[in-house]
Structures are given as structure tokens and as C-alpha cells.
Design a protein. Structure first.
Length: 229
């Protein structure tokens, strides 16, 4: 399935268009079935998006938000994606949204997997919208090239996987590929020339575990739209 590529002159233009798209998708879902589900990602790229999105007048009390992945750190830790979402997205108008985090009180991510799987399974599928980012190593969510658990995350039927990035200092929980694709629309939000170069390399080649994002961009199940500035 060919991804729909949207290029913008600058970040402000991208954010305006992306916020409009997100609002339309969520409100449409709410109108059709009474609720909406939104999956978001961590990192630095979405912070400005979260801040702008939080101010939009959406029926946020009918929106459930969860994460594509999480580092296994305390939720007060600056490296926590949950903290990122709570500090920047679950503010203003969006403070009314329901948030389901991936982090539990378990000592490590591997011990937590059964509980996290249940929590994610309890969210109605398909999700209405999933927003992903991408690293310059072509990872997305916590689907990292060369991680020993990558095959499980890509090919198992489990809702989530525990995974340790080869170069990371934290264990992580990630939605599995199966769960990521169980959504009505995926938006890939990327900024900067380096990430654009990675994106071009991926779409010009076949699926490749060295470039995990290829399993999103080269699949035939779920529509993908790319927002780039």
C-alpha cells in the first residue's frame, strides 16, 4: 500500500495540517460510535504537536489515549513517555481525555508483559488513529533493528512485546506490529533531512529488519499518511 506523502514548508504548517487531521478523525469516530482511540509516540518531535493539540476543542472526555511504546522507568522520570504525554498533551482541553499508560509497578518490562497485554487488549480495536515517529536508525515505536526480541515484536500475535534496544539503557514495552496495524489510519510524523533520507531509502527497498519502519510503510493492511517538514 502506497503511503500518502504530505510535505510542508515548515513545522508550523505541518502542525496546523496535522492537528486538523487528528481533530477530524477523532470527532468523526465520536460521531459514529460515541468514542475515539488515539495512539501516540514519545520523543522530542511530537512535543510541539502535543502542545497545540491540547488546546483544540474536541470531545476529549470521549477519547482514550495510549502509547506506542514506553521506557521502563518511573513515570516521573524525564525519559518517561507517559510523563511526556501528561506534561504536554493531557493539558488544557485535552486534560479530559482518558489515558492508559504502558508502565506498571513490575520490576522489569518482561515481568509486566501479561498485565500490559491485558490492558491493551481491553481497548476497543481497531484504533481510530495511530501517530508514529521514526528514528534515524529506521526504528519506530520500540521496534529496533538488531534487538534480540525484534522478531517477536514483528511476527507474534501478542498485543505488546518487551524489548531491549541494543544501544539503549532501558528496557521497553512496545506495541507489536500486529497491534500497530490494527488501526484505521497510521500517520508517520517526521522532520528534518536525515529522517527524510531514511524514509526515501525505506520506500525504495523491500521490508527489512534492519529498517523496522519498512514493516509499516511496505504493508498492505492499513493506510499510512506521512507528514514531513
Amino acid at each position: 500500500m502506497k503511503s500518502n506523502f504530505n510535505q510542508f514548508q515548515n513545522t508550523d504548517e505541518l502542525l496546523d495540517a496535522l492537528c486538523k487531521k487528528i481533530k477530524e478523525r477523532l470527532q468523526s469516530a465520536i460521531s459514529q460510535k460515541g468514542f475515539a482511540t488515539l495512539i501516540v509516540s514519545g520523543g522530542k518531535t511530537p512535543i510541539a504537536l502535543f502542545k497545540k493539540l491540547s488546546t483544540l476543542k474536541i470531545e476529549w472526555q470521549k477519547v482514550t489515549i495510549t502509547l506506542a511504546d514506553e521506557r521502563w522507568v518511573k513515570t516521573q522520570n524525564e525519559d518517561s513517555n507517559q510523563k511526556l504525554v501528561k506534561d504536554h498533551l493531557l493539558q488544557n482541553e485535552a486534560s479530559l481525555a482518558k489515558f492508559i499508560g504502558l508502565k506498571t509497578s513490575h520490576k522489569n518490562a518482561y515481568d509486566a508483559i501479561d498485565v500490559v497485554n491485558k490492558n491493551i487488549s481491553d481497548i476497543p480495536k481497531p484504533f481510530d488513529l495511530t501517530i508514529l515517529g521514526m528514528g534515524e536508525d529506521a526504528h519506530t515505536a520500540s521496534l529496533f533493528p538488531d534487538a534480540k526480541e525484534l522478531d517477536e515484536a514483528l511476527f507474534s500475535t501478542n498485543p505488546t512485546s518487551a524489548i531491549t534496544p541494543p544501544k539503549g539503557k532501558y528496557e521497553r514495552i512496545t506495541l507489536s506490529l500486529k497491534t500497530i496495524l490494527d488501526t484505521k489510519l497510521i500517520i508517520l510524523h517526521i522532520e528534518g533531512e536525515n529522517k527524510y533520507r531514511v524514509y526515501k531509502e525505506v520506500i525504495q527497498n523491500k521490508k527489512d529488519k534492519k529498517r523496522p519502519i519498512s514493516f509499516i510503510l511496505k504493508q498492505q493492511k492499513t493506510p499510512v499518511e506521512v507528514y514531513y517538514a
